[in-house]
Design a protein around this ligand. Structure first.
Ligand SMILES: Cc1cc2nc3c(=O)[nH]c(=O)nc-3n(C[C@H](O)[C@H](O)[C@H](O)COP(=O)(O)OP(=O)(O)OC[C@H]3O[C@@H](n4cnc5c(N)ncnc54)[C@H](O)[C@@H]3O)c2cc1C
Ligand SMILES: *[C@@H]1O[C@H](CO)[C@@H](O)[C@H](O)[C@H]1NC(C)=O
Ligand SMILES: *[C@@H]1O[C@H](CO)[C@@H](O)[C@H](O)[C@H]1NC(C)=O
Ligand SMILES: *[C@@H]1O[C@H](CO)[C@@H](O)[C@H](O)[C@H]1NC(C)=O
Ligand SMILES: *[C@@H]1O[C@H](CO)[C@@H](O)[C@H](O)[C@H]1NC(C)=O
Ligand SMILES: *[C@@H]1O[C@H](CO)[C@@H](O)[C@H](O)[C@H]1NC(C)=O
Ligand SMILES: *[C@@H]1O[C@H](CO)[C@@H](O)[C@H](O)[C@H]1NC(C)=O
Length: 577
């Protein structure tokens, strides 16, 4: 083969584009572990001080240019950006092992999630402030963090009604919008929810947690692409010379000198090199499953369990890994008539797929630019549901819903190759909680997740009541008669309460909103520090002491912002340099 000028130039271009071996930094002021929304918001704020060197380590890859990540409807195919976690067999579910996957990429959960944007009921944050002793967590103050992280951008020519209170939005990096057009079942389902439970339409950003919404989403309005932690906060931080971002950097352990955390060891899994960085402060923001895992691997957690695995104990904190609270739900699923917009039409009907591909490529229109089914209703249950089952649910503050019904124009459960719609009944303020333990001292072994879904008699009563209601809504003449063909789950033959409970157990799953496993108030002090240790903080979903009433990404960004302000105040970080 002769070397032409063209091939030489092509070769030179290739050589220039080849990734440089990552620089192995050895010291930093802050090392942040985990590049989800909490980690990236922290990085954006801390790097504002040019005197500081900030390193962010993320175990997962960079998926930023992958259409599966950027295209909203492709979120159902983002499995390669997840930790493939499952619960241990849950006795409450007859031994089922619901999946509790977590985000694993630059962006964390926001790289693979369904993009629903919702803040939930205000009183949850007031409760966090009481539990933690941090007044900055009150709703009135967290509203500033919600605003500082987001802005609202409505689409053009939208002709349906969705209340949005623009004094609840700010001018932060993350764009929030709504879907350009409603799908076939959106309005019928929303109307039926409003009528059945006498609910108002609400703005899910307003602090109002009870009502119906045709979702708000973290999607860029102009071209219908995913807005997430990396292409917002991550891009801002990455412009600064004092920031270093490593993906495929799997943290193995935090090291201590006596009780001061001062180093982080990680495996650069692209090269197989193990590096250690010395740091003045380490902030773990690795999500609700991995944050307690990293603490325990490093000797911080229940001493008896750590010793049994041969892990030297740095600090005995029995509550690390406890208080695993997650929104969980039971599913009804139906075969849909051919005029109903669904994922099946989008991905399995070649005619429709071609139409939708052309629409999306032209200007971001159509089903690909949409998360395909985002109507939800949040409501209180009557006290009678909880009669004789304790006071937990009845005494929740009046602004909080017990339950959310959410509809989805695709299958939550495996089923036949037909067009399907489904919906779930979720208990969003569960009384029961699960916990996390280590499987071994090896950082590569998935932690053991004990989900404990429907973990109290009252939680169980709530889902049984809700499941019957949800099924009744789908079997109503307004919905079934016009749009559906047959019930697939729990199934037409399910009649008795006993059969129904089995149907609930078989279809129970996680809404992927775990929180609480390194909580403020128990594990953490009011400024996000691990109690009894120096140089170590935990920020993100795992720090939340109680669960919010709806999807959790909005809160994870706001937690990152609140923590950045608290850390800056304590450590004299200059945020306006
Ligand atoms: C499938 C799915 C769907 C969801 N849908 C929605 C939704 O539609 N709307 C909504 O509001 N919320 C949704 N959520 C929840 C939301 O995304 C999370 O609450 C949020 O991302 C939590 O933020 P975080 O920063 O605390 O942690 P995460 O986003 O979980 O980020 C933690 C990061 O740390 C990394 N990490 C973990 N261990 C290590 C280690 N040892 N070394 C280095 N890095 C490590 C992880 O890979 C991850 O990138 C969903 C979550 C999932 C998983
Ligand atoms: C919008 O929010 C502001 C500020 O919280 C509030 O005063 C106002 O009443 C809200 N408006 C509506 C229509 O809800
Ligand atoms: C969407 O638009 C933004 C802003 O113009 C741009 O930066 C981004 O690359 C676009 N995304 C895609 C996938 O085209
Ligand atoms: C660690 O603790 C030991 C025993 O209390 C003490 O002698 C030593 O000075 C401490 N080291 C540091 C670096 O603080
Ligand atoms: C580091 O990661 C590589 C790639 O996954 C793996 O082959 C290697 O065994 C790891 N090294 C250690 C010490 O865990
Ligand atoms: C496939 O899509 C086309 C175009 O939307 C539609 O006319 C047809 O009914 C669909 N087929 C099925 C089996 O639903
Ligand atoms: C499902 O059915 C459609 C339409 O009949 C077909 O094109 C598609 O290949 C099928 N998919 C699978 C996974 O069998």
């Amino acid at each position: 083969m002769t070397l032409t000028l063209r091939s030489l130039l092509a070769f030179a271009a290739l050589a220039a584009a080849a990734p440089k071996p990552p620089r192995a930094t050895t010291t930093a002021d802050y090392v942040i572990v985990g590049a989800g929304p909490a980690g990236f918001v922290l990085a954006e704020y801390l790097t504002r001080d040019p005197r500081l060197k900030v390193v962010l380590l993320e175990a997962g890859p960079d998926g930023d240019t992958d259409p599966v990540l950027t295209t909203p409807a492709e979120f159902i195919h983002t499995g390669k950006y997840m930790w493939p976690y499952f619960s241990q067999p849950d006795p409450n579910l007859g031994g089922e092992t619901p999946n509790i996957v977590q985000g694993r990429a630059l962006g964390g959960g926001t790289a693979c999630n369904a993009m629903l944007y919702c803040r939930g009921s205000a009183s949850v944050f007031d409760e966090w402030a009481r539990i933690s002793g941090n007044p900055g967590l009150r709703w009135s103050s967290m509203l500033n963090s919600f605003k500082a992280t987001t802005h609202w951008q409505d689409g053009q020519n939208i002709n349906y009604i969705q209340p949005v209170n623009t004094s609840m939005v700010g001018n932060g990096p993350l764009e929030i919008t709504r879907q350009r057009e409603l799908l076939t079942l959106d309005k019928p389902f929303a109307d039926k929810l409003q009528a059945t439970f006498n609910l108002p339409q609400i703005d899910s950003q307003s602090g109002n947690g009870i009502g119906v919404t045709q979702g708000l989403q973290s999607i860029r309005a102009s071209n219908s692409t995913r807005q997430y932690a990396y292409n917002t906060f991550g891009y801002l931080a990455s412009r600064r010379p004092n920031f270093e971002l490593h993906h495929d950097a799997w943290v193995m352990k935090i090291g201590f000198t006596n009780t001061t955390a001062d180093k982080v060891t990680y495996n650069d899994t692209l090269t197989g090199t193990v590096n250690t960085i010395k740091a003045k402060e380490i902030i773990v923001s690795a999500g609700a499953i991995n944050s307690p895992q990293i603490l325990m691997l490093s000797g911080v957690g229940p001493a008896n369990q750590l010793r049994a695995l041969g892990i030297p104990v740095v600090k005995d904190i029995p509550q690390v890994g406890k208080n695993l609270v997650d929104h969980h739900y039971a599913v009804v699923q139906y075969e849909a008539k051919s005029q109903v917009d669904t994922f099946w039409q989008l991905f399995e009907n070649h005619t429709r797929n071609a139409i939708e591909t052309a629409k999306y490529q032209a200007n971001g229109d159509g089903l690909f630019g949409n998360i395909v089914g985002d109507v939800s209703g949040a409501f209180r249950l009557p006290d009678s549901v909880f009669a004789g089952k304790g006071t937990f649910h009845k005494s929740l503050p009046a602004d909080r819903p017990h339950m959310v019904f959410q509809y989805f124009a695709g299958p939550f459960l495996p089923g036949p190759n037909v067009s399907m719609v489904s919906a779930f009944a979720a208990v969003v303020q569960p009384e029961g909680s699960g916990h996390i333990t280590l499987a071994s001292a090896n950082y590569r072994d998935a932690p053991l997740i004990h989900s404990n879904y429907w973990g109290s008699a009252a939680d169980k009563a709530a889902v049984v009541w809700g499941y019957k209601q949800l099924r009744a809504i789908f079997r109503s003449s307004e919905i079934f008669g016009k749009y559906l063909v047959r019930e697939l789950n729990p199934g037409e033959d399910v009649v008795t309460d006993d059969q129904l409970w089995k149907g609930i157990q078989k279809t129970s799953n996680s809404w992927h909103h775990p929180i609480g496993t390194t909580a403020l108030g128990t594990v953490l002090d009011a400024n996000w520090r691990v109690k009894g240790l120096k140089g170590l903080r935990v920020v993100g979903a795992s720090a939340a002491p109680k669960i919010t009433t709806c999807a959790t990404q909005a809160t994870a960004y706001a937690i990152g912002h609140r923590a950045a302000l608290d850390i800056a105040a304590a450590d004299r970080v200059c945020l306006r340099c």
